[in-house]
Structures are given as structure tokens and as C-alpha cells.
Design a protein around this ligand. Structure first.
Ligand code: AVJ
Length: 312
């Protein structure tokens, strides 16, 4: 994480009813390592499915828009980023990679890992937040903006309605937007992906409290919280929560905050939206983005949409 002070959003969330915490606080060093383990769990099909889609389609995506630069929201040194960069290199399209990430450390690690293998790569790391900072990245030529990993699932419909037009504004005719989406499916499959047998997701969820204990000198009794993951059919999202197993009072001294939780009370820590093609197409089209490609894995669990600007 960056050195940005954390605070206002936490006060708002813990004073709300029901209580919530912003998901971005999962990802300290330990949280990022736990997420890496999640991506390898048998129940968490998302990463494998998305990688398989790119293995089959990176070439044709690049052929379609011939980008000079790949702009990735959330830095990646992962297999998925590499598939796109290699396809760009092979096709002779371009060799510039711009990574936008809130974490300076993550950017440096990505840069080091990628440059070790791709001597031809032109790397530019931008510390920033995809909610606000996409417009600040200068466009140097035909671009492919990638937002992978189903991170879009963390945005609620109102946030998406702000975000997609910003993506549209960052694109010119012929540019493209690659969006990784988890699809609506059997509730059991969805809930298991967020509540694995080995308990790694539960540890990941509780880690947000460890972050607050460390960063804000809070005193959450981490062992007194159960991990909860439920699919909300109406909102079409998985909701992760932490449920207090006893009454407690928690203090966060730097925020001047004292929080009472009753036994059974829950704190929402994340939403992960699940999409249908119709839903996301409608949202993209209202933002001026036409869906030109729809790629899925064999089991239709996950999709990558290729969208391009429409209209003037
Ligand atoms: C990294 C936000 C896409 O929502 O699936 C994994 C995070 N949470 N297991 C997701 C996560 C629980 C993940 N994203």
C-alpha cells in the first residue's frame, strides 16, 4: 500500500448501519499474498478461466486494435499481462506498457519482473487510482486499456456508471477496452469460490481487521469474527462479511472512533458483482462503448468483453 492516510471512509463505514469497510484495505503485503493463494484454489475458477480466455484470444484482440500501448488498470506482472504484451510484440504493433496501480511497491515489482524477461518493453508505472486517474495518463498512440481479474465486480452499479464514461473518454476511435467479468452461475459454485474448504478466503477476509489493527492501532479481536460469503440474487453480487461472534467494543484511537458490535452483527467487506452479457452490454453502450467481442471459457464461467468507442 501507499503511504496515503486511511480514515474518512473507515469512519463512514463503521458508523453506518449495516457496517461496512472498503475492500481496498485487504491488500497489504499479507493480503496480496493471500489473494495469490486464492487464485490457485480449486474453488476459485476466475483466474484460471480468464487466463485460458487470453491464451486463446490475445492474438486476435491485438490484431483487432493494433495497440501501440497497453494501459492496464491494476498493475500486472502476471501471466495475463504477459500474454497481451507478447501478442503485441509478436504482431509488431507496439511495445509500451503503462501500469496504473495504487501501490508503488506493486509497480516496482511488476517493472522488475517484466523487464527481466522483455528487454524490448517500454515500461511506465503510474501511481494512482483507476476511479480518478485514468484521464491523467497521456495517450501516446493507439491504445488498449485492460481492466482484468473481475476487479470491476468490486464496483457497485453507481460506481460503474461513473467509471465506464471515464474509460470512454480515455479512448479514441480504434482504441479498445478489454474488460474481465465473472458471469452469473449456479449459486453453490459462486459461494464456494468465496468460501473455500482450506479457509484461505476466510483468512483473507479477516486480514482486513489485521490491517486496521496495525495501521490504526485498532483492537479488533480477529478470532472473534466468522467469515461469511453469500450470493445476493437481487443485486447479483457475492457479499463477503465478517460476523462478530460476541458483543464487543472496538477502538480506533487515531480516528477518535469507538465502535460497538453485538454478537451476530456483520461488517460487509466486499461485493463481487456477477454479470450477464445483456447487463454489461447495456452499461457499456450507455457509456458510448460498443461491445465488439465477447470471449468466454469453455464452461462459460467467465467472460472478457472487447469494447470500442462508438459515436462522435
Ligand atoms: C480481486 C476483487 C477480483 O472479487 O473475486 C477473492 C477478490 N475476494 N476472493 C474477487 C476476492 C475474495 C477478487 N477480486
Amino acid at each position: 500500500m501507499t503511504g496515503t492516510p486511511i480514515g474518512d471512509d473507515i469512519v463512514a463505514g463503521l458508523e453506518a448501519s449495516p457496517k461496512w469497510l472498503p475492500s481496498k484495505y485487504f491488500y497489504d503485503g499479507r493480503g496480496s499474498a493471500l489473494f495469490e493463494r486464492i487464485t490457485r484454489l480449486p474453488e476459485y475458477y476466475l483466474t484460471r478461466a480468464e487466463t485460458a480466455i487470453l491464451e486463446s484470444n490475445a492474438e486476435s484482440v491485438v490484431a483487432r486494435c493494433r495497440p501501440e500501448e497497453l494501459v492496464e488498470l491494476g498493475s500486472g506482472s502476471s501471466r495475463k499481462t504477459r500474454l497481451l504484451l507478447e501478442a503485441m510484440h509478436r504482431s509488431g504493433a507496439g511495445s509500451r506498457y503503462v501500469a496504473l496501480d495504487v501501490s508503488d511497491d506493486a509497480l516496482r515489482a511488476a517493472e522488475e519482473a517484466l523487464l527481466a524477461d522483455y528487454a524490448w518493453l517500454e515500461f511506465a508505472g503510474v501511481v494512482g487510482d483507476f476511479h480518478t486517474d485514468l484521464a491523467a495518463i497521456p495517450r501516446r498512440g493507439p491504445r488498449l486499456v485492460a481492466f482484468l481479474g473481475s476487479t470491476i465486480g468490486n464496483l457497485d452499479p453507481a460506481e460503474r456508471a461513473t467509471f465506464f464514461p471515464q474509460v470512454r473518454d480515455a479512448l479514441q476511435r480504434g482504441d479498445a477496452f478489454l474488460l474481465g467479468l465473472d458471469l452469473v452461475k449456479d449459486v453453490g459454485v459462486l459461494e464456494e469460490a468465496y468460501d473455500d474448504a482450506a479457509g484461505i478466503t476466510a483468512e483473507f477476509n479477516r486480514n482486513i481487521l489485521a490491517v486496521l489493527n496495525r495501521e490504526l492501532d485498532a483492537d479488533f479481536p480477529i478470532d472473534a469474527f466468522d467469515h461469511v460469503a453469500v450470493f445476493d440474487k437481487v443485486s447479483s453480487w457475492i457479499e463477503m462479511r465478517l460476523r462478530a461472534t460476541r458483543d464487543m467494543v472496538v477502538t480506533l484511537p487515531p480516528l477518535d472512533l469507538r465502535v460497538t458490535l453485538l454478537a451476530g452483527e456483520e461488517i460487509r467487506t466486499e461485493i463481487s458483482c456477477k454479470f450477464t452479457r445483456e447487463q454489461i452490454e447495456a452499461e457499456l453502450v450507455s457509456a458510448g462503448l460498443g461491445v465488439e467481442g465477447w470471449m468466454t471459457d469453455g464452461e462459460q464461467r467467465f467472460a472478457i468483453a472487447l469494447a470500442m468507442p462508438v459515436g462522435p
